[in-house]
Design a protein around this ligand. Structure first.
Ligand code: MN
Length: 248
């Protein structure tokens, strides 16, 4: 690792500590605390959290240029369009969270659907990856994986297949269903399992972006190679924490 990387990571760690020190809600997935407050002075818009690693930290599995364009162009554009949609469509005063919008997405425009999904999904996705990865599922999560899928190997196969067989652009998900079971599913475009229009509903604990913008520069048409490599950088610490939260 070079000094630039170290400095960036130190900066991010320190920024995280500063946020906690300021008493703001800053849980495992900062995106889950993302909320908009209307009607009490200058509006606080939804924001992108800093990436928890440098653009080149996921090399060679995900290349630096892909990460940079993905985070600073694609994801940033979803955020900009989300804030436009929120300004136009959210009229009532008070706080509203991303989850509240997602749960009622059928009441909003397609612009809101595409961009609140695009923002939420990417903020979630960044947390699902870990550089120099040695993380493993917690014992609770391991037990649930074996119970629901038979084995860890079966889980990997089914999750990969969900990503490989999603036609066009979309996402593969590992979710906790309302009856507290693990389930694998996929969604088109920027939809997600929190949306009231989702075919399979539940709380996401792992997300894989299979849009071409997530892998095309390095993998071109070889989506299966991207997915196979991506399985090696799953941040199981984060997934395990999300699992525990979803099981409460
Ligand atoms: Mn993406």
């Amino acid at each position: 690792m070079n000094n630039t990387n170290s400095s960036r990571r130190d900066f991010i760690l320190n920024a995280g500590k500063a946020t906690v020190a300021a008493g703001l809600s800053f849980s495992v997935l900062p995106a889950l605390a993302n909320e908009l407050t209307k009607g009490s002075g200058p509006e606080q818009f939804f924001v992108q959290q800093p990436l928890p690693y440098a653009y080149n930290d996921l090399e060679p599995f995900v290349d630096a240029l892909t990460m940079e364009i993905h985070y600073s162009k694609h994801a940033a554009a979803y955020l900009k369009n989300l804030n436009e949609a929120a300004t136009a469509e959210i009229k009532s005063a008070g706080k509203i969270t991303l989850e509240e919008i997602l749960k009622n997405i059928s009441k909003y425009s397609s612009k809101m659907r595409n961009n609140v999904g695009g923002h939420y999904n990417h903020e979630f996705f960044w947390q699902c990856m870990l550089p120099s990865n040695t993380s493993k599922p917690s014992s609770n999560l391991s037990e649930a994986i074996v119970k629901n899928f038979g084995s860890y190997e079966n889980f990997k196969t089914q999750f990969s297949d969900a990503g490989k067989t999603r036609f066009g652009s979309g996402w593969a998900w590992l979710i906790v269903t309302p009856d507290k079971q693990l389930k694998i599913c996929s969604t088109p475009n920027q939809d997600n399992p929190l949306m009231d229009i989702a075919e399979v509903k539940g709380t996401p604990i792992l997300a894989l972006d299979v849009w071409e913008h997530a892998y095309y520069l390095k993998y071109q048409n070889k989506r299966p190679d991207y997915i196979n490599n991506w399985l090696g950088i799953i941040n199981w610490n984060s997934v395990s924490q999300q699992f525990d939260k979803a099981m409460i």
